[in-house]
Design a protein around this ligand. Structure first.
Ligand SMILES: NC(=O)c1ccc[n+]([C@@H]2O[C@H](COP(=O)([O-])OP(=O)(O)OC[C@H]3O[C@@H](n4cnc5c(N)ncnc54)[C@H](O)[C@@H]3O)[C@@H](O)[C@H]2O)c1
Length: 248
């Protein structure tokens, strides 16, 4: 129970990776706010965590809305006294199409949720963290944000932006006691994978030296380390979680 007494917000906490992160932080003793645009699913995750004897509350948020993000942080601080941990997991894949066919609306939507959403959540949370002299932020990027990926330009660009933003903010507030890092996973088990054709799935698998997908719990494990007290000298970094795929 290393996070006992701490308060954590997990955006995208209603599904797959965010859900695993919520469970892990709760098991470590944190009081977790499961924040998601899908409130019904967030409620279910929070109820399951609570039923298992840990602490969780659901919250509805659209991370691309500045007002909703500010309300989420304010509510968390007012009702629970503090936000120690922010895990920015919410994200969408967006269209899979050549650049010539991507609409301006789709481009804006993906960037608004994945990149602006990460910025808005960090911006709203850091004031209180800096005042208290302690905070741990982890953003979820993607290995594709480092490598590039055909047919997914908005997603990949947003995830590259998340890495650059993490490095910038980490350096900017390095002396405050607040650390900011990100994780860039390769393909993780979940619904997305189930929708892929056999050949596309195999082509992705072939890129991973370990020959398997990652598990949501493995993302949660790394994130749990990065939000721990032990990771106090780590900031502005991007950690790969790729079964040996990433080479830089
Ligand atoms: N699954 C993978 O293979 C993989 C690989 C690399 C990176 N990632 C990243 O990890 C994160 C989680 O992926 P996942 O597989 O768990 O996806 P998922 O689709 O299962 O979960 C994403 C969650 O974000 C929520 N969400 C979407 N838009 C939102 C918004 N505007 N405001 C608040 N919540 C919103 C969804 O409701 C959902 O609960 C994403 O950022 C994704 O890009 C995933």
């Amino acid at each position: 129970m290393k996070l006992s007494g701490q308060v954590a917000i997990v955006t995208g906490g209603a599904s797959n990776i965010g859900k695993a992160v919520g469970w892990r932080l709760a098991r470590e003793g944190a009081q977790v706010i499961i924040a998601d645009i899908n409130f019904a699913a967030a409620e279910k995750v929070a109820a399951d965590i609570t039923e298992a004897g840990f602490k969780a509350l659901p919250h509805r948020v659209d991370v691309s809305s500045k007002k909703e993000v500010q309300d989420m942080i304010r509510k968390g601080e007012e009702e629970l006294g503090r936000i120690d941990i922010l895990a920015n997991v919410a994200g969408i894949l967006g269209p899979s199409a050549p650049v010539s066919e991507i609409s301006e609306e789709d481009w804006d939507r993906v960037l608004a949720i994945n990149l602006k959403g990460t910025f808005l959540c960090c911006q709203a949370a850091i004031d209180g963290m800096i005042k208290r002299g302690y905070g741990r932020i982890v953003n979820i990027s993607s290995v594709s944000g480092k490598e590039g990926n055909p047919m997914l330009a908005p997603y990949v660009s947003s995830k590259a932006g998340v890495i650059a933003f993490t490095k910038s903010l980490g350096k900017e507030i390095a002396k405050t006691g607040v650390t900011v890092n990100c994780i860039s996973p390769t393909m993780i088990e979940g619904e997305l994978v189930k929708q892929m054709s056999e050949s596309y799935f195999q082509s992705l698998l072939d890129k991973i030296p370990m020959g398997r997908l990652g598990k949501p719990e493995e993302v949660a494990g790394l994130l749990n380390y990065l939000v721990s007290d032990e990771a106090g000298f780590i900031t502005g970094q991007c950690y790969d979680l790729s079964g040996g795929r990433s080479v830089y």
